[in-house]
Ligand binder design. Structure first.
Ligand code: CP
Length: 304
């Protein structure tokens, strides 16, 4: 039985196969519409979500399966003090696979060690968000044709942004990827991620101004400042509008630079950018359904 806790749980070859399957699902959705009949997905969300939870549910429904779960800790017995380890043992009696989001780093790993069903980490605190990374990789592969040979700018809250940590770790496995890490000093990428970049021998630079580097980028990955992870509101207010991507900044970018964002967006991308063909963040959300369908099939070992 396999779980997905970190984006590195799949080898590059396995990841290629998963993305290929997601591509086939996109082209031939009817072929997969009954393939999970009789199977159930549990979504255990101890933190708010729109895309991840609903795209997992849409994915299982598209495969002909069923879904159950909770969308906040307060409506589960976590509110009475039940542990993740106990909850997952019980959920293993009700469902065939589960996706879990939890504010504590490592919660999904704890769940996987106590589960009798595959566990998918749908975000654990400020740590990792592997299925967002699968979504990001499918988006880039589909729209750029490859995952290497690019300069990627990651901009915003690189300290708490778990999608950034997962994406950097994953892209380090591809050739010739350069990282421009664009953040205020207080929201720099954590040291352990910098160590990973250095160990992999990848090129990187830390900068504080988006307009200084936007012209070099093949991909711009914008992120929201994560209010819920700040210890005090004053710091959040001071830093929240550090970067705003608008039409003027887009004029400085290459014609084929793609703008991705895991969403939700707050102020960091002006709505005037939405109509720019280089802005692909809503398409990215659609790719999230295909890749989660492929992931469910892979972890359930359904023959396709
Ligand atoms: N991208 C993402 O994780 O969005 P949600 O928080 O809405 O699930």
């Amino acid at each position: 039985m396999r779980h997905l806790i970190s984006p590195l749980d799949f080898s590059v070859e396995e990841l290629d196969k998963l993305l290929e399957l997601a591509g086939d699902i996109e082209k031939n959705p009817e072929k997969y519409s009954e393939i999970c009949k009789g199977k159930k997905l549990a979504t255990l969300f101890y933190e708010p979500s729109t895309r991840t939870r609903l795209s997992f549910e849409a994915a299982m429904l598209n495969l002909g399966g069923q879904v159950l779960g909770f969308s906040e800790a307060t409506s589960s017995s976590a509110a009475k003090g039940e542990s993740v380890a106990d909850t997952i043992q019980v959920i293993s009696c009700y469902a065939d696979i589960c996706a879990m989001r939890h504010p504590k780093e490592g919660a999904a790993l704890v769940a996987s060690r106590n589960a009798r069903i595959p566990v998918i980490n749908a975000g654990d605190g400020g740590h990792q968000h592997p299925t967002q990374t699968l979504t990001d990789l499918l988006t880039v592969k589909s729209l750029k044709g490859e995952l290497g040979n690019m300069t990627i700018g990651l901009c915003g809250d690189l300290k708490f942004g778990r999608t950034v940590h997962s994406l950097i770790n994953s892209l380090l496995r591809y050739e010739n990827v350069k990282f421009l890490l664009i953040s205020p000093k207080e929201l720099r990428v954590p040291d352990y991620i910098i160590e990973n970049i250095e160990e992999a021998g990848a090129e990187y630079e830390e900068v504080t101004k988006l307009e200084d580097v936007i012209g070099e980028l093949d991909l711009l990955y914008m992120t929201r400042v994560q209010r819920e992870r700040f210890f005090n509101e004053e710091d959040y207010i001071r830093l929240k509008d550090s970067f705003i991507l608008d039409r003027a900044k887009m004029k400085l970018a290459k014609d084929d630079m793609l703008v991705l964002h895991p969403l939700p967006r707050v102020n960091e991308i002006s709505v005037e950018v939405d109509s720019d063909p280089r802005a692909v963040y809503f398409k990215q959300a659609q790719y999230g359904v295909y890749v989660r369908m492929a992931l469910i099939l892979t972890l359930l070992e359904v023959e396709v």
